[in-house]
Ligand binder design. Structure first.
Ligand code: FAD
Length: 468
């Protein structure tokens, strides 16, 4: 039986990063993945394929709606070839996934294909698709088994017309009317993909706003923008039934006045969140505790109640984000190596890759109010930037919240073109505990969208933006 210093179960952005960091630190490392393709949800059916379709549909949308204003004329009709678009997405995924295989080889990590199940706290059985089992011994294990789409108890996901994000990435036709249950990140991103390609899209959300965990100013602005693009929103609606009738799907709900309403579409995307995934892991055999929400319980070192077993990523508490999983993978590898790493969870950015993009880090205005923190606000609209006018992407704004007494930046909230990339500046600034004035005094290249960050910082410092 082979013996390893560390066995990582699951090859998503948590698991494969943990495996690489363990190997870098000189540990003999095994990576166990039940699918033949490495990379987990993120690379196969999450972050990467959704961004590939967002980018393809964005090009189409530009060609149909925006080229003309730039003086570009296309003789004849611009058409979508959905099959080709999906094929391109598959090729982006396979290139990315192959890259992970290359990295495993480069770092001399042994990859096992099969379901990893604990036999006890130091032995793992790996059973492949043919049912063949082999066992390995692991001094330490890292559980990185991720998550699966959640469902509502009364919905029968037929995966043909009542679908999750996984099927939405592989549709064979453009829906006529896509009803999206859940106005969170995944529902809005995939909703925008199909809306751009010509579908009518209705988003039905239980809470009173979309992206409810983000600063409410972002939700307001994103709702306005997506409505303008044609998306329909039904917030404060509690879905109570989803029925398939031939090629139609009827979604029934109670609206905010407790009236019955229904939405008939040809597809229904159920995007009501994700649940931690531990099926087949046999965590109980190792004595690992799972909490009442199905998550593996961990302490601040991401160690489970069994001292040589750790857990990271979507399968534990915290935001279900690829970069959060990766940071945790690095942390655990370094903890096992005897180092003392640290993650500041307040500084994990959140992004929505719609257009306009939405990005945020730190505290929302609602949180600061609730915590009784006195703060200043600086806001700057994208439309006041030369860069925005040059590209035509004038929607959105940057909002910086800083401490009223010390000027330390407490939260940065953005919506607009390329803010998914701009948020890195805010994370860096906050990691170094910058004040709004620190950001305001840094030179930002002109003309760039990043100038909105400087201007918002000027506004937060002393209400002295230059261009408004
Ligand atoms: P996962 O990526 O879920 O990987 C877990 C792996 O473990 C899987 O490959 C699974 O097969 C394997 N596994 C499970 N059990 C076993 C077992 N017993 N034995 C062997 N293998 C096992 N996040 C972002 O940060 N940015 C985005 O843009 C983004 N977009 C998304 C879009 C969509 C449509 C979806 C669905 C998710 C998106 N996410 C995004 C979330 C992101 O994908 C997850 O947060 C991330 O993949 C979690 O990483 P993980 O390593 O914890 O688990």
């Amino acid at each position: 039986m082979s013996t390893y210093d560390v066995a990582v179960i699951g090859s998503g952005p948590g698991g494969y990063v943990a495996a690489i960091r363990c190997a870098q630190l000189g540990m003999k490392t095994a990576l166990i993945e039940k699918y033949s393709s490495l990379g987990g949800t993120c690379l196969n059916v999450g972050c990467i394929p959704s961004k590939a379709l967002l980018d393809s549909s964005h090009h189409y949308d530009d060609a149909v709606r925006h080229f003309e204003e730039h003086g570009i004329e296309i003789p004849g009709e611009v058409k979508v070839n959905l099959g080709k678009m999906i094929e391109r997405k598959r090729s982006v995924v396979s290139q990315t996934v192959d890259g992970i295989k290359f990295l495993m080889d480069k770092n001399k990590i042994d990859v096992f294909e099969g379901v990893g199940a604990f036999k006890d706290a130091t032995h793992i059985n790996i059973t492949n698709a043919e049912g063949k089992t082999e066992a390995i011994e692991a001094k330490n294990s890292i559980i990185a088994t991720g998550s699966k789409p959640s469902n509502l108890p009364f919905i029968n996901l037929d995966k043909e017309r009542i679908i999750t994000s996984t099927e939405a990435l592989e549709l064979k036709e453009i829906p006529e009317h896509l009803v999206v249950i859940g106005g969170g990140v995944i529902g809005l991103e995939l909703g925008q993909v199909y809306m751009r390609l010509g579908a009518k899209v209705s988003v039905v959300e239980y809470m009173d706003s979309i992206i409810p965990t983000m600063d409410s100013a972002l939700a307001k602005e994103l709702t306005r923008s997506l409505k303008k693009q044609g998306m329909k929103f039904y917030v404060s609606h509690k879905v109570n039934a989803v029925e398939r009738k031939g090629n139609e799907v009827v979604v029934s709900a109670k609206d905010k006045k407790d009236q019955d309403v229904s939405f008939t579409g040809d597809y229904c995307l159920v995007s009501v969140g994700r649940r931690p995934y531990t099926e087949g892991l046999n965590a109980a055999a190792a004595g690992v505790k799972i909490d009442d929400r199905g998550r593996i319980e961990v302490n601040e070192h991401l160690q489970t109640n069994v001292k040589n077993i750790y857990a990271i990523g979507d399968v534990i508490k915290g935001p279900m984000l690829a970069h959060k999983a990766s940071e945790e993978g690095t942390l655990v590898a370094e903890v096992i190596a005897g180092q003392k790493p640290h993650i500041d969870y307040n500084l994990i950015p959140g992004v929505v890759y719609t257009w306009p993009e939405v990005a945020a880090v730190g505290k929302t205005e609602e949180q600061l109010k609730e915590e009784g923190v006195k703060y200043k606000e600086g806001k700057f609209p994208m439309r006041a930037l030369g860069r925005s006018r040059a590209s035509g992407d004038i929607e959105g704004m940057v909002k910086i919240l800083s401490d009223e007494a010390t000027d330390e930046v407490l939260g940065v909230h953005m919506i607009g073109a390329r803010v998914a990339d701009l948020i890195a500046e805010a994370v860096t600034a906050m990691e170094f505990r910058a004040s709004a004035e620190d950001i305001a005094r840094m030179s930002h290249a002109h003309p760039t969208y990043a100038e909105a960050v400087k201007e918002a910082a000027l506004a937060a410092t002393d209400n002295r933006p230059i261009h408004i």
